[in-house]
Ligand binder design. Sequence first.
Ligand SMILES: [Zn+2]
Length: 456
Amino acid sequence: MTRRVAIGGFHTECSSYNPLMQSREDFRRTEGADLIARTGFDFAAAGIEAVPLFHEASVPGGPVPRATYDAQCAELLAALAAAAPLDGVHLVMHGAYFVEGVDDPEGDFIAAVRRLVGPECLIAGSFDLHGQITAQIAETLDIFAAFRTAPHVDVTETHARAAAMLARALEGGPRPQVVRVPVPVLVSGEMSSTFVAPCDRLYAALPQHDTTPGVWDSNLMVGYVWADSPRATAAAVVTCTDAAAGQSAARAIAQSYFDARHALVYDMEALPLAEALASLKGAAVLADSGDNPTAGGVGDRADVLQAVLADGRPALFAGIADPAAFEALEAGAQRVEIGGTLGGGGPRLSLTPDTCRFAEDCAVLTLGAVTLVISHRRRPFHWFADFDALGLDLDAFPLLVVKSGYLSADLRTLPRRQLMALTDGAVSQALTRLENRHRPRPSFPFQPEAGFDPAF
Ligand SMILES: [Zn+2]
């Protein structure tokens, strides 16, 4: 008998320090065959009829308004109800929504999915390792898998792991469950890159736990540091059919992360902005980390641009989001003001470009030795294809400035010095200076003396 599995979900990351609320228009929807392909799993070959609902993802940013969250949930639940009867559901999630008045947005949604499909239907979830996994999420899901790389290069493989476990469970045998051990540690992605110590070692150990009988899939969730939320915590999360074996694996993973907390350091050279610029000699990439839109920053701040213009060296600055400046330039303005237009703060600059051209919904300006990209919408410039599309040759610029934390897989390959500027913004790396009213206490590094007992 052919089994039926519905696929759907939501994906974003919300800084509670970002004043620019997300809107429904910020989300891009994936449906149909494209959504099935996103899972990376051949459901048909497993004898499963995949029923794609929809998936919505946005560039990370500020909080999601309650009405937007409610509408997304209602629409996805209605699509799910229409897809009945179902044997399974695969939820493709991130796990770092922030919705005012809703402590556990993804958890409440998944609980609503459970109420709709009933206790027999299997529910699998695949998540970003920067998601917040609550007890409600672990208790409601039957199957869980999360990225094992950050920067993320195993996105499709992760969704496929969850789908493969779902197919396996549908064939019968003991029903899987998800166990979770929270870890009182909360750091930035830049301090927990899986490509450098200590997280390279911690993540390399995860598949070894999966060889234990009764353990299916082991995960370490770093969590998301830029949301002041009662669920903000790291966690070890394990899918298992043997609860004792799963809990033992989760405790070991949790303890390994807690024990490594003092070794969690930036994965690249990091300096305050003035020191970073003063230290530059040869070619370099400079990451404006506090205003990184892919971590939830606004992406509109001009403080680094101001410093680069004053510095005077040839540079490519990509980019600053400023709808008003873009539209003014498009209308023929010779002088524009930029900086903090979307609420991100920082200085306002008045610019009179030497030249201005348009491509890819961006304006490319020259200002003396500096080339500046102003984007119409919030977006990153992290991939070689982004620069190719704008006709920009990176080799022509000794200094490349991007709004980024850790560098993308593309930019990491550039044979030049790679430096993170510790700048202001909604995703500042100055973690202990962040307002902290709602995170669980004690939690490292906010309360450096935090202890840990993995028993639960
Ligand atoms: Zn992530």
